[in-house]
Each structure stands twice: as C-alpha cells, then as structure tokens.
Design a protein around this ligand. Structure first.
Ligand code: NDP
Ligand code: BG6
Length: 454
C-alpha cells in the first residue's frame, strides 16, 4: 500500500489527532480549483459532481474561493456539461425552489475544457483557464490550491499525471498546493499497480497523491472500527470459536449502463472485489490497530491480507449476465465476468477454518451491499434452535443503512416455542433528521480540508 494517503486512513488520522490534539496540519485557505478529468463520464456525473454540489450546499465550497473545471476529450460546451449535471441533480427530485436555486448557483462555478489526455495542448488551455480564475480571485496575491480528480480509467493515469506535472502545477510563490486524486482500480495486477505507482511517484510526492476507494467513505464502513473495537459484546465473539462464516456481498440491479468500454477491460473482480470488498474484508477481519493513525490501520490490514491463503479454483464461481455482450462497447466474444464469488481463508489464530465468502454481481435482481456474520449453532441445544436458523449479525451498507442481529427468542404466548427475531438498528428510524453524507462527500472533503475534525 506504500506510504500514500488512503482517504480513510487520512480521516482516521484526523480523528485520532482530534483525540490527542497534536495535529500539525496547517489550515489551508486560498483560491481552490477542482478539476474533474473525465468529466463526460459516469463517475463524474453520478458521484463526483453531486458530491461537490452537496459540499457546496453545506458551505464547504465557498463561491468566493472555488472554481470547478471539467476536462475530457468529448467536445461539449460549458452549457452542455452544466445541463448534464443539472439533469442528474434534479432528476426524479421534487426540488424545492431553494434546491433549484442552489443548483443554478453551483452550475455557475463550472467551466469545461476539451482536450486529449496525452498531448500538452489541452492541458495548456486548462492551465490558462485555471490561472485566469486564480487571478480573478486575487490569488496571485495569496496561495492557490489545485485539486485534480482523475475520474478516468487507470490506463490513462500516467499520461494525465505527466501532463498535469508539465502544464498545470500551482504557480503561486506564496504557498498552496497541487494534489491529485486517483480512482480504483489501481492497475490490473501487481506488476501494473507497481509500475503505475512508480510512474506517478516520479511525478508527484506521496503527500500529493490521494488514492480513493469510496467504499471506505460509506457510513457503515466507517463504523466498522468503532463497532468492533468499542463494544465489549463483540470482543470475545469475533473469532473462529463462535463465527461459522462471514459473507461480504455486493449486488447491483443494473448492468454496464454505457460503461462497457471501461468495465470489459477490468471485470467484476478488479472493479469491485479487489478494492471495495477487500477493504471491507480487512476491516472485518483485522486485529485491533495500535491507534487510529493511518499507518497503524494500514499495518493491520496488510497483516490480515498476508495471512490469506491462495484462493483455490474450486472455491471460485464466475458468471456473466445474459445480454452483457449486447452492449455495443463490449466485444461480441467477451469472457469478462460480471459476477464472481470466492472463498477467502485466513491462516491465523483468530480465523483458521472460517470461510469469508465474497460475492459481487452486476445486473442481479436487487441492489444491496452487506456484511453477514453467521454464528455457529448453540452447543447442547435444548430448543431445536437450528430449525429457526443461526444467530446472525448483519451490517447493511446500502441501501437504507442498518445493523441487525437475528436471535432466537421465545414465541410470545403460552407455548414454550421459539422464533427468530431481530434487534434492529435501522439508521433511518434511529437517526431521524440526520443526513448521512455520501461516501464521496467525505472523501473529497478530506483531500482539501485537513483539519476538519479537530
Ligand atoms: P467511464 O467509462 O464513464 O469513463 C470516464 C471518461 O473517461 C469517459 O467519459 C471518457 O471521456 C474517458 N474514457 C473512457 N474510456 C477511455 C479510454 N479507454 N481511454 C481514454 N479515455 C477514456 O468510466 P467511469 O466514469 O465509470 O469510471 C472512471 C473511474 O472511476 C474508473 O477507474 C472506475 O473504476 C472509477 N469509479 C467509477 C464509479 C462509478 O460509479 N462509475 C464509482 C467508483 C469508482 P472522453 O471520451 O470524453 O475523454
Ligand atoms: C464503482 C464501480 O467502483 O462502484 C461501479 O466501478 C459500481 O461498477 C460502483 O457501480 C458502485 O458504487 P455504489 O456506491 O453505488 O455501491
């Protein structure tokens, strides 16, 4: 994982620092330019711009300081990009006039520059636009911050990073910074990931690089450390003596949805399992870190990953949904899996013998991401509990965040019969009125405000 700043770990460090109050990060102010590269794409439309909008609405992107630039090869005007974003932001929403007003004001902050990812011409034009904005905000008298968000397939990261380095670095003599945010999947395999790391590392210092896995920003993923290590209940139960198996499941009820070109190159294992589900797996299975400092969390994650035995062919199932090859951007003979399930086995004292079943699929019958921890049967059972099903602890990451425990209880009434019931913590009911931030809101905020949680 290197010494890079993985968003959740950076957040964690902020939190731990917030306990110890010894943070040495300098508050960052000055003109902020956020540049979304790949602005014509799915991620930009569905997640990046909406997250920026929500940050704007909450006052984290003040109009006096911020400008947002979209960059991609597609030739569209500022207005066309704004219309796309507006379409997504207001789609299916019974928008209040305040909301619509905010959308319009937010869109005014956005400009679009079209250019290629491997020639300097477009990046020079981009740099000119950013500089003009900085000057208009008087930032030549102060520091300026440039955040480049690569909402792009990893194949173009090296050339894009090179262009940024050559043409678009922050030029203020008075401080500020240039940072880049890169998305998963980080390469295709170990070799390409290491190569990518070296290529980006030659262009930027490690503190300038943010590698994002947005699952780490989901509320219930952020909650995993607290849940596991701040609750006495779980401490003695979280092991091979009590747990029969753990399932980490991602399912989506739509297919490639216009992203066949990207998806077919990577497949479901690289798109979802290797990053999102493995991060969740690590948080469920790792030992308690020494503290919440990023390095301590990373070290525990690495240890548990190193204890995973090689996955055997017999414990992997792959599939492809019917109709996948009808996508015009997918080759007719594609073998790329859109569904995968596999068993991970951890060779350590805590987990020996407990299967961790990771499952991910696109175009299935529902959209859900959850962790299911199934407990062993009660020894010497006198109630025939088995009939009711096992004790189970479920953490639903989405939709409708919830945690519930399935337990066996006495069926109310005169009979001494048993039934399965739930202890249910559904966030919507328990935390009424609390708006749970989108994963990307937290993570993007972490890339430019480093003292929020003090
Ligand atoms: P897209 O397929 O929508 O690609 C984004 C943009 O990149 C496109 O609009 C296109 O812009 C450009 N592009 C696409 N393919 C290529 C290519 N082969 N060479 C050069 N440019 C290309 O992908 P997404 O937006 O869905 O994903 C981008 C990244 O974000 C991926 O790494 C993905 O893993 C990650 N991600 C995506 C999420 C999502 O929900 N979509 C969520 C989390 C992460 P143009 O042609 O205009 O230049
Ligand atoms: C992305 C994948 O990382 O995560 C997409 O590239 C997938 O294929 C998306 O649709 C799912 O994210 P979420 O937050 O909607 O579960």
């Amino acid at each position: 994982m290197g010494s890079g700043q993985w968003s959740v770990e950076k957040r964690s460090s902020l939190r731990s620092d917030s306990f110890s109050k010894d943070i040495d990060d300098v508050p960052e102010t000055g003109c902020l330019s956020i540049i979304v590269l790949g602005a014509s794409g799915d991620l930009a439309k569905k997640k990046t711009f909406p997250a920026l909008f929500n940050l704007y609405r909450q006052g984290f992107l003040p109009a006096e300081e911020v400008h947002i630039f979209g960059y991609a090869r597609t030739k569209i005007s500022d207005e066309e990009l704004r219309n796309r974003i507006r379409g997504f932001l207001v789609d299916n929403k019974a928008a209040s006039s305040k909301y619509s007003d905010d959308v319009l004001k937010f869109l005014e902050l956005i400009k679009y520059v079209s250019g290629s990812y491997d020639t300097e011409d477009g990046f020079r034009r981009l740099d000119k636009e950013i500089s003009e904005h900085e000057i208009s905000k008087n930032s030549h008298e102060g520091s300026s911050r440039r955040l480049f968000y690569l909402a792009l397939p990893p194949s173009v990261y090296p050339s894009v990073c090179k262009m940024i380095r050559n043409c678009c670095m922050n030029k203020s003599d008075l401080g500020g910074w240039t940072r880049i945010v890169v998305e998963k999947p980080f390469g295709r395999d170990l070799e390409s990931a290491e190569k990518l790391s070296t290529q980006i590392g030659e262009l930027f210092d490690e503190p300038q690089i943010y590698r994002i896995d947005h699952y780490l920003g989901k509320e219930l993923v952020q909650n995993l450390l607290v849940l596991r290590f701040a609750n006495r209940f779980f401490l003695p139960l979280w092991n091979r003596d009590n747990i029969h198996n753990v399932q980490i499941v991602f399912r989506e009820d739509f297919g490639t949805d216009g992203r066949g070109g990207y998806f077919d190159e990577y497949g479901i294992i690289r798109d979802i399992i290797q990053n999102h589900l493995l991060q969740v797996f690590c948080l469920v299975a790792m030992e308690k870190p020494v503290s919440l400092k990023p390095e301590h969390i990373r070290d525990e994650k690495v240890k548990v990953l190193q204890s995973v035995l090689p996955i055997t062919d017999e414990e992997v199932v792959l599939g492809q949904y019917e109709g996948y090859r009808d996508d015009p951007t997918v080759p007719d003979n594609s073998n790329t899996p859109t569904f995968a399930t596999m068993v991970l086995r951890i060779h350590n004292e805590r987990w020996e013998g407990v299967p961790f079943i990771l499952k991910a699929g696109k175009a299935l019958n529902s959209r859900k991401a959850e962790i299911r921890v199934q407990f062993k049967d009660v020894p010497g059972d006198i109630f025939k509990c088995k009939k009711q099903g096992r004790n189970e602890f479920v953490i639903r990451l989405q939709p409708s965040e919830a945690m519930y425990m399935k337990l066996t209880v006495k069926q109310p009434g005169l009979d001494m019969s048993t039934v399965q019931s739930e202890l249910d913590l559904s966030y919507r009911q328990r935390y009424q009125g609390v708006v749970i931030p989108e994963a990307y809101e937290r993570l993007i905020l972490d890339t430019y405000i480093s003292f929020l949680f003090i």
